[in-house]
Design a protein. Structure first.
Lengths: 500, 511
């Protein structure tokens, strides 16, 4: 049942307003800033929970107003959007706690937390967008609000990374813009889910629609880090750990992947996309990126860089799942959207903890770290098992469904890609785990730079433990109603309901 | 024409600023500045009332001395003119506020440039006259008033760079006016009238008309700094006092664009061909790319901002090929005319706000540093967050990212381009956006970079920073009333019209 409600708008406001207020505060008003931030994050999770409850009752909230002329601003909470919004807001809360601890005593925190809130506004905006234009507006907003975070450290390296980041994302945004305008001119304001519009046009405008598809795909592919548009992601790892964790594991890269899901399923429609033959190139590109990212990850000694290349690889699972037709692979793609997020954020938190506590940034320095930081490395190990695809961690579920989907669609080559990728994942992640738990430290450990009751400061430790547990829970309780998998299945089944 | 409601407003809009400018001349230094500032607010208030009157009663006219055209002179305040006059007033009043504080801050060493105020009010009167006039000779007078006061303002700072640039500016302005006047003389000779409305009806296609069209277009292109006649703009706009640069870039060049738009749609319809429209579009497209590229190559803030104006004015020219319809296409069936007009209007509005803001910010930075080498912008974000924010916001609108006024303009322009099937303009718009992003983020990148080697930024009055930020925000806020603004503009007969052409090839029909 569709209900007009300001709830979706409130979800955005809950991070937008704290963001703006924080910008107006003075640097030293720490207590007020922290409370504002936490209040916003909690309010967002609360609102999402409320909307989620409504969704379980079968309600679909939407909110529309006419921004100007033919630019209609529409927010709508459908299942897919809800899934992404839930992911962003829960992880925002966790990351806010983490960031408060991480940046303690640092400079320019006002700026950091303000733009951090704006970023989350943009990413929930992307999740809840009801039409292509609203999506585009938030997509560009995300680019802009992330920039100050990438260059936050202000070192020459950070500023350079910011430049690379902008060239890629602004370039991608402009290409996307051309596609969006073209689509608008051809088909009017396309609301997500109205796939019959494009289906009706495809007979006469096949070439044009194909061109527009690839324009938009290229624009989205930049953020989704699909080869050869991934170059900005490893470079951006110079940002502080909470930024890498939330934005480069969840918000920014997911915005791209989520956009691809929307483009194929809710704008062109799975049937029309299949007919136009645009999915095969996407599948090939995604498969190549999966292997390419993994191979590059093998050669990185920098901890965060290895994680970044792993992200490049893992993200393309989503695109790959989208490109293969079938209920099962769709389920795999959508559920991976969530699973990859919680697993990767765990890994970035762990890397951040080690870097902050002992100052180690390289993998070769990690010998024996597991004994010093058992909880952190325990969570990291769970995430690694998930990434490789071992049951019962979340990643297993995604890969299982993707594999089944490939069999269902008869694309057996995809199985090979999945197997190869799993082997590569193991090859670049297991050595870290091995070093951490089983190798003797080469030199005596330095004194920790940060200390707490346990291995490190509580605000750094808690998030990594929580997301580690979440990664496990998402796998163990995958069969429960309301789990990411259950929702993903529902989305997939609804999608193929009308298709014979 | 006479059936329209008459009102004294059109005459007052020109008369009041002139009177105030003359009044100012009777005072000295501080007093003159006070009269100037008060005069700005007074004029803006009058514009506000007049604007309201137009929203209520529609197009207003005023017949000077009661002599009807073709003998007498008619001033016409239609919604299109009202929007331009309104823009001039809103941006002008913020610049006036800024000027008051800026000139005061520099009073000690330079005497506070008391001539600024009367000149600015003359310029304002000239612009209003330009927007209101309905006959070609009157327009010439308005152009001259605008040109002379603009040149005088540009050289006000008295630096040798400003004088050299001012001389170039003056020569370009004179060349432009002469070309325009020559065209007007040709038209008068062949038709015996100067009234725009009458000319539009009686003008016959022919060699004379075509030639007049060409020289007038050429003259106005020189004055609008269209490629390849843009050479005078960057030095003139970058060497003037900051508030003057803002006035010149945001408002003055828009005046001649307005005139070009009016003359093409209302007078020259008969003698235009599709190819001529394409030619103007090409000049615009090259300006977009060339200007942005040049901006990217500069290492002085004011030069970057000035070169950026060349590019942004190029976008304005790119709507002309969309307005000139191919033979056989009627205005009724051309669904891209509305987007094209909207794009033009929004480009004018967004650029005026954003560019004025950027020049004001540049002034703030010169005040804080003593120069405007962009390498010294390092760490600006920490020292002057408000100015950095203003530069960021205005820059985002220039690039055309949503939901800014610049975005509205680019969105409508691209829509018009695709709807009309003239997709070959899209790459220029695309490249322009990317290059603009290049120089805007070059500034922001530096602003975020730490490790200043130079000394600190000197403190700058906060009110100056507020003015720049207000204008930057304006470039976003203009999107909100888009719906009612466009509905209001529909009250102008000319809004949304296209120029129908008869035949391909040569510029005149079967004569």
């Amino acid at each position: 049942m569709e209900t007009t409600s300001i709830l979706p708008l409130l979800i955005l406001v809950s991070s937008l307003v704290p963001g703006i207020l924080i910008l107006l505060l003075r640097e030293e008003q720490i207590a007020l800033r922290t409370s504002l931030n936490l209040f916003g994050a909690l309010a967002k999770v609360g609102l999402i929970a409320w909307v989620f409850a409504g969704y379980l009752r079968g309600e679909e909230y939407n909110f529309t107003f006419n921004l100007a002329l033919d630019l209609t601003f529409t927010l709508r909470v459908d299942q897919l959007g809800l899934l992404f919004a839930t992911l962003s807001s829960v992880l925002w809360l966790v990351t806010t706690v983490y960031a408060i601890g991480y940046l303690e005593g640092g400079e320019h925190r006002r700026r950091f937390f303000a733009f951090f809130s704006l970023c989350v506004t943009a990413s929930t905006g992307i999740a809840l967008s009801g039409n292509v234009i609203t999506f585009f507006v938030f997509y560009e907003f995300l680019t802009l609000s992330t920039y100050p975070l990438v260059v936050h450290r202000g070192t020459d390296k950070a500023v350079k990374a910011g430049r690379t980041y902008l060239w890629y994302t602004i370039g991608g945004g402009t290409v996307l813009f051309l596609g969006v305008v073209g689509l608008f001119v051809l088909a009017g304001p396309v609301y997500f889910g109205q796939t019959d519009i494009i289906a009706g046009l495809v007979e006469e405008n096949r070439t044009l629609l194909t061109v527009l598809f690839f324009l938009m795909l290229a624009g989205l592919g930049v953020k989704a880090a699909i080869f050869p548009l991934h170059g900005w992601l490893p470079v951006s790892m110079v940002a502080p750990a909470p930024v890498s964790a939330l934005l480069h594991a969840v918000a920014v890269v997911k915005a791209g992947a989520f956009g691809i899901v929307r483009l194929v399923y809710d704008v062109y429609g799975i049937e029309t996309s299949g007919q136009m033959g645009v999915l095969t190139p996407l599948a090939v590109l995604a498969a190549f990126t999966i292997i390419y990212g993994s191979v590059r990850a093998l050669y990185q000694d920098d901890f965060k860089k290895r994680l970044a290349y792993s992200t490049v690889s893992q993200l393309s699972y989503i695109a790959l799942g989208v490109a293969i037709t079938g209920v099962l692979s769709t389920t795999g793609a959508v559920v991976h959207l969530v699973h990859q997020g919680i697993m990767k954020i765990t890994m970035f938190f762990a890397a951040g903890n080690i870097a902050e506590t002992y100052g180690y940034h390289k993998i070769s320095q990690l010998n024996g770290i597991g004994r010093r930081m058992p909880l952190t490395m325990g969570a990291f190990t769970i995430a690694v098992f998930g990434m490789i695809g071992l049951p019962p961690v979340a990643g297993f579920v995604s890969k299982w469904y993707l594999g089944l989907g490939a069999v269902q669609a008869g694309s057996y080559w995809v199985i090979l890609v999945l197997l190869a990728s799993s082997a590569l994942n193991a090859a670049y992640f297991l050595p870290i785990v091995y070093r951490a738990w089983f190798c003797e430290p080469e030199q005596a450990f330095v004194r920790p730079q940060r200390s707490g009751l346990l291995e490190t400061q509580a605000s750094l430790l808690l998030p990594v433990v929580v997301t580690g547990m979440l990664s496990l829970a998402a796998g163990v309780f995958a069969a429960t109603a309301g789990s990411p998998l259950a929702i993903a299945r529902e989305i997939a089944e609804k999608l193929y309901l009308t298709i014979p | 024409m006479t059936h329209l409601p008459t009102s004294p407003f059109p005459a007052l809009l020109v008369g009041l600023p002139v009177l105030l400018a003359v009044l100012g001349l009777f005072f000295r230094a501080r007093g003159r500045a006070a009269v100037g500032l008060a005069g700005s607010f007074l004029t803006a208030g009058l514009v506000f009332v007049a604007f309201f009157e137009v929203t209520q009663r529609g197009t207003l006219i005023h017949i000077l001395g009661g002599w009807e055209p073709p003998l007498g002179i008619l001033l016409r305040l239609d919604p299109l003119a009202a929007v331009f006059i309104g823009l001039t007033a809103v941006v002008g009043v913020v610049i006036s506020l800024y000027s008051w504080w800026y000139l005061r801050a520099r009073e000690a060493c330079t005497g506070g440039f008391p001539l600024f105020w009367p000149l600015w009010l003359f310029l304002w009167a000239g612009l209003n006259g330009l927007f209101l006039s309905n006959d070609l000779f009157n327009l010439f007078v308005a152009i001259e008033v605008v040109g002379i006061s603009a040149v005088a303002l540009a050289v006000l700072s008295g630096s040798s760079a400003a004088l050299a640039a001012g001389l170039r500016y003056l020569l370009a302005a004179i060349a432009g006016s002469m070309a325009y006047l020559f065209g007007v003389a040709l038209l008068y000779g062949s038709t015996g009238t100067l009234d725009i409305g009458i000319l539009g009806q009686v003008l016959e296609p022919g060699a004379t008309t075509t030639f007049a069209l060409l020289v007038i277009t050429l003259g106005l292109m020189i004055k609008t700094a269209s490629f390849p006649f843009h050479f005078w703009l960057p030095p003139a706009h970058s060497s003037a006092l900051p508030p003057v640069s803002a006035l010149l870039s945001a408002l003055v060049v828009k005046g001649t664009f307005y005139l070009l738009l009016r003359l093409w749609t209302e007078v020259f319809g008969v003698s235009l061909t599709f190819a001529v429209g394409q030619f103007l579009g090409l000049a615009g497209a090259i300006a977009v790319i060339w200007g942005s590229w040049q901006a990217l190559m500069q290492d002085r803030l004011k030069l970057i901002v000035a070169h950026s104006s060349v590019a942004q004015l190029g976008y304005l020219l790119m709507i002309f090929p969309l307005l000139v319809l191919a033979p056989g296409v009627t205005a009724g069936s051309a669904d891209w005319l509305y987007p094209a007009w909207t794009a033009g209007i929004y480009q004018v509005l967004a650029h005026a706000f954003a560019k004025a803001s950027l020049f004001l910010s540049a002034g703030i930075i010169v005040m804080a540093l003593g120069h405007d080498r962009i390498q010294s912008l390092r760490d600006l974000v920490a020292w002057m967050p408000m100015t950095a924010l203003a530069i960021g916001i205005a820059g985002v609108s220039l690039i055309g990212l949503p939901p800014s006024g610049g975005f509205m303009a680019k969105w409508m322009l691209l829509k018009g381009i695709f709807l009309s099937g003239q997709w070959w303009w899209a790459p220029a718009a695309f490249a322009g956006s990317l290059l603009t992003a290049g120089y805007v983020f070059m500034l922001l990148r530096l602003a975020f970079a730490p490790a200043r080697e130079e000394g600190p930024f000197r403190p700058v009055p906060r009110i100056l920073q507020v003015c720049a930020l207000l204008l930057a925000l304006g470039s976003f806020l203009i999107v909100l009333p888009a719906e009612s603004l466009i509905r209001f503009l529909e009250g102008s007969e000319v809004f949304g019209t296209g120029i129908e052409t008869i035949m391909e090839g040569g510029a005149y029909g079967n004569d």
